[in-house]
Design a protein around this ligand. Structure first.
Ligand code: FAD
Length: 446
């Protein structure tokens, strides 16, 4: 018997369609033929079976944050999990079972009610699914590792035979290679994760800081930050934002899992060797900290182009001058370079131990532009492309969760030497390439 779509199905012409089809990035937005909002695992199974039986192209979506809109498509079907967002916490075992469609705000808030946390990203609306499957970088990374480093197991809907689908579990002991691939191999490649199980960490009060400099101090402030942030106490994770010259803002901030007096001592070398216009430190409950790092604007759909790279060695003076030049010549005042220090717990896992390859990098770096109208795309896209190119002598690769279609050698950029192993997993789990998009991992040909 032919499979029917189950769940809440939205099609063009429905009042809900405009909202249902819109992802966070409005640049190159798309018009799917249907969006199926799955309510339970069976809806996901049915959706995959339906698309296979009818040979309809499809994409998988949770938080809608894909930079390149890999989670939507024209004409085909979007299998959306955002209405499957239940979370259950086992306080004694310090574990959390998170449905495939939960967003980060829901994850942080629910775990916080039990005095627990998993290391995630910043914006509340980011999907736990996309974030975890690509790695997951945030303000707890240096103490607790990437989000995927805290993963215990997944339930995942994968292709079966010619036209069907099945649910499998993957952990460190069961379907081990698939589990390895789910820890940094990137969303949408192998199957549809309906459930994640995580190890969670007890958390209470944390200390946060904010340091601001004028734009003219960029070179010194940035250099001191990059010499300090990846090497300081691993309970402290810090970022730096280098904004367009018009904004006159260089901003370092961070979160320390410890008391304020200790944080004050830790940031002293950075403060003393530069001339900040503002320094703020506060001790707050963890929920206030994740609220502080969540920028409301980051949750609202807009036109944007983003790309990124990793920094393995401190950027020399010449590279910093290039960053400054680009920030003096931006397409608009919203362009920025954003960096976050890695090392610590991130580096304790070997590059091949999980699919997230860039373990030895000191810093993850992002190039961001946002604009207001469709017609402004080209100069923004060009700015990001040129910045990436000019910084390439001092940087390496890119984070798969910051995908960029203009990177030709994306397999090496995202996965380094893990790419061939990912292809082997793909060939085993999805030999006919059912899950595919512009930069998906291809199976080996038979
Ligand atoms: C404003 C903003 C802030 C961000 N902040 C951070 C941050 O702090 N740290 C960080 O590491 N990254 C961050 N990111 C990047 C983010 O991790 C990626 O964009 C991630 O892929 C988003 O996942 P999603 O579920 O929200 O997106 P979606 O667009 O829904 O999906 C992204 C990818 O995952 C696939 N996918 C989605 N759900 C599933 C599922 N259930 N099973 C299998 N595949 C699935 C999709 O097919 C797609 O390929 C940010 C992005 C934005 C736009």
């Amino acid at each position: 018997m032919a499979t029917e779509l189950t769940g809440r199905v939205v099609v063009p012409g429905d009042p809900d369609y405009p909202e249902a089809r819109t992802n966070l990035n409005l640049y190159r937005s798309k018009f799917p033929g249907a969006i199926v909002f799955c309510q339970e695992e069976n809806d996901v199974l049915n959706a995959l079976r339906f698309t296979r039986e009818k040979e309809i192209p499809f994409r998988v979506r949770s938080g809608r944050h894909s930079y390149q809109n890999f989670s939507i498509l024209n004409k085909g079907i979007v299998i959306d999990l955002s209405e499957m967002n239940k979370i259950s916490v086992n306080v004694l075992r310090k574990t959390a079972v998170i449905a495939g469609g939960a967003d980060l705000g829901h994850v942080y808030n629910t775990l916080w009610e039990h005095g627990l946390a998993i290391p995630g990203g910043t914006e509340y609306s980011v999907g736990a699914a996309g974030l975890t499957l690509g790695g997951g970088i945030g303000y707890l990374s240096r103490i607790f590792g990437l989000t995927c480093d805290n993963l215990i197991g997944v339930r995942i809907v994968v292709p079966k035979g010619d036209r069907s689908a099945q649910i499998v579990e993957a952990t460190r002991w069961k379907n081990r290679e698939l589990f390895w691939a789910c820890c940094g191999g990137g969303g949408g490649n192998f199957g549809i994760v309906t459930q994640f199980k995580f190890r969670a960490h007890p958390i209470g009060d944390v200390s946060i800081f904010r340091i601001e400099w004028d734009f003219e101090q960029l070179e010194r402030a940035y250099d001191k930050w990059q010499q300090w942030a990846p090497f300081t106490d691993e309970k402290l994770t810090s970022s730096i934002e280098l904004h367009a010259k018009e904004q006159n803002l260089i901003l370092a901030q961070g979160q320390y899992v410890g008391i304020k007096d200790e944080l004050k001592k830790l940031i002293k070398p950075l403060v003393k060797s530069t001339n900040p216009r503002k320094v703020q430190i506060a001790s707050v409950p963890f929920n206030k900290a994740f609220d502080y790092f969540n920028y409301p604007a980051g949750n609202i759909p807009s036109y944007f182009k983003r790309s990124g790279s990793f920094v393995y060695q401190p950027i020399p003076e010449r590279g910093i001058k290039i960053m400054k030049y680009f920030l003096e010549n931006t397409p608009n005042e919203d362009a920025a370079i954003w960096q976050q220090a890695l090392t610590g717990a991130v580096q304790k896992v070997r590059p091949t131990e999980s699919a997230f390859y860039h373990r030895k990098a000191l810093i993850a770096q992002e190039y961001n532009t946002t604009w207001k109208k469709e017609g402004e795309a080209s100069e923004n896209v060009q700015w990001v492309k040129a910045l990436r190119k000019y910084l390439s002598p001092y940087t390496d690769g890119d984070y798969v969760n910051w995908p960029d279609l203009s990177i030709d050698d994306w397999p090496t950029a995202y996965y380094g030497e893990n790419f061939e192993r990912l292809r082997k997993v793909k060939t085993k789990v999805d030999p006919t390439n059912v899950f595919r998009f512009q930069q998906s991992i291809p199976p080996y040909k038979k």
